[in-house]
Design a binder for this molecule. Structure first.
Ligand code: SF4
Ligand code: SF4
Length: 76
């Protein structure tokens, strides 16, 4: 079975700098986009599109450790 992943953004610590969105695109991912919601600091909250490959580049590059990539556990 193919593994599925989900990039979870902590809305309380994400400042909305867009680095994760940029790095996701740069590394060939098609998951993170700029969302419609604003962060507490007035940045743009990133949004996942259910196309996360689990490469974890976004997690490595986030300066605030505000994004975590988790494996989705299939519902039995
Ligand atoms: S890199 Fe981190 S702080 Fe910046 S938008 Fe992404 S999750 Fe938020
Ligand atoms: S793990 Fe990879 S594909 Fe998933 S959101 Fe992060 S950079 Fe994009």
């Amino acid at each position: 079975m193919t593994k599925k992943f989900y990039a979870k953004v902590d809305e309380a610590t994400c400042k909305g700098c867009g680095i994760c969105v940029h790095i996701c695109e740069t590394k060939g991912g098609k998951n993170l986009k700029n969302g419609l919601k604003r962060t507490l600091l007035g940045g743009t909250l990133p949004e996942g599109a259910d196309k996360c490959t689990g490469c974890r580049w976004c997690e490595r590059y986030c300066p605030d450790f505000a994004i975590k990539v988790e494996e989705v556990t299939p519902v039995a």
